[in-house]
Design a protein around this ligand. Structure first.
Ligand SMILES: [Zn+2]
Length: 325
């Protein structure tokens, strides 16, 4: 029996999936499930139907994955602190699994950024008195409607109980039992509200959607994200971690620092190729045709961001076009 209030999430947290094809072209990338299907539709379908998995990290840390963004739980003698809250549609299942695993009430929740697959449980937990913590920008983004047609997402205007009650501007520390959590923001990357959390002595880094393991990431340009910012934040994380660090990505299995290094190298090489195409005067469609991700697609191209969309995101980020598209 969950001691948290057993209610369905508020109906006005909804992901309003709007049927806007990514950039107006016919979708034809390698990983594209259906023509015209948006990144948000693909992501939502995937996470509404994947089994919920629990992975123990040791020292009272657990990762719950499959129901949206990865959710990290840090348990002490009397409480559980969560990082991210999954999809709204699966919050009862997630909440039950967390309580069954930790046997402690959730008292604090950190949001890595504002996206619905990481904040979907905010209303549920916030209504139960859980303190929600984030970067200042996340509160702003959750407070009003956000429109991201590039990936087909319209969301936001969450109820007051779902909003962060504690915010920070660049760095913050929290203590959860014997674990010290350091929350850091390295400037705009995946969005302009990203939090990376280092947990010691467990030696775990929870990095949110700055890293997707292992598929091409969304770069949310309309929320202030950029390819340069993604690479900058990854470099900062690499500098703060070691070969033993367990890295919890925004999506996908727990990674090692070497996996993050591979991801960084992919981002840097694709950025350079797209830069060269822009310098040669190519249009966005011509850049897609040039397939600058080609040799990376086998490893990174099978997620909900296909090679075409990823190329377009980087092209838009570097050329300053399509920031709101
Ligand atoms: Zn995200």
């Amino acid at each position: 029996m969950n001691i948290l209030q057993k209610t369905r999430p508020s109906s006005f947290i909804q992901v309003l999936v709007i049927a806007v094809a990514m950039t107006g072209g016919v979708a034809r990338g390698a990983g594209q499930a259906r023509s015209g299907e948006t990144v948000t539709q693909k992501l939502t379908e995937q996470y509404e139907n994947s089994p919920l998995k629990v992975t123990p990290l040791g020292q009272g840390l657990y990762v719950f994955s499959g129901d949206g963004g990865d959710v990290t739980a840090i348990v002490d003698d009397g409480s559980t602190l969560l990082i991210d809250s999954g999809l709204a549609s699966r919050i009862s299942e997630l909440s039950d699994a967390i309580f069954k695993t930790t046997m402690r009430p959730i008292t604090r929740l950190v949001n890595t950024h504002w996206h619905f697959d990481h904040t979907g449980g905010n209303t549920y937990f916030g209504s139960s008195g859980v303190t929600i913590i984030s970067l200042e920008n996340v509160k702003r983004q959750l407070s009003s409607v956000q429109n991201i047609p590039f990936v087909g997402l319209r969301d936001g205007h969450y109820p007051s109980q779902a909003l962060p009650g504690v915010t920070y501007s660049s760095s913050m520390t929290l203590q959860q039992g014997s674990q010290k959590l350091t929350l850091e923001n390295y400037g705009p990357a995946h969005t302009d509200g990203d939090t990376v959390t280092y947990i010691v002595p467990a030696n775990v880094a929870v990095v949110g959607d700055i890293f997707s393991n292992h598929f091409y990431p969304i770069i949310d340009l309309a929320s202030g994200g950029s390819i340069d910012g993604m690479i900058h934040s990854v470099d900062r994380i690499l500098a703060q971690t070691d070969a033993q660090t367990k890295i919890v990505p925004g999506h996908g299995p727990i990674a090692a620092r070497a996996d993050l290094q591979d991801y960084r190298d992919m981002l840097v090489q694709v950025r350079q190729r797209v830069k060269d195409l822009i310098a040669a005067g190519k249009t966005m469609d011509e850049a897609v045709t040039a397939a600058p991700t080609k040799d990376f697609d086998a490893k990174w191209g099978s997620g909900y961001v296909n090679p075409e969309v990823f190329t377009k995101m980087i092209f838009s980020s570097l050329s300053g076009t399509g920031a709101s598209q």
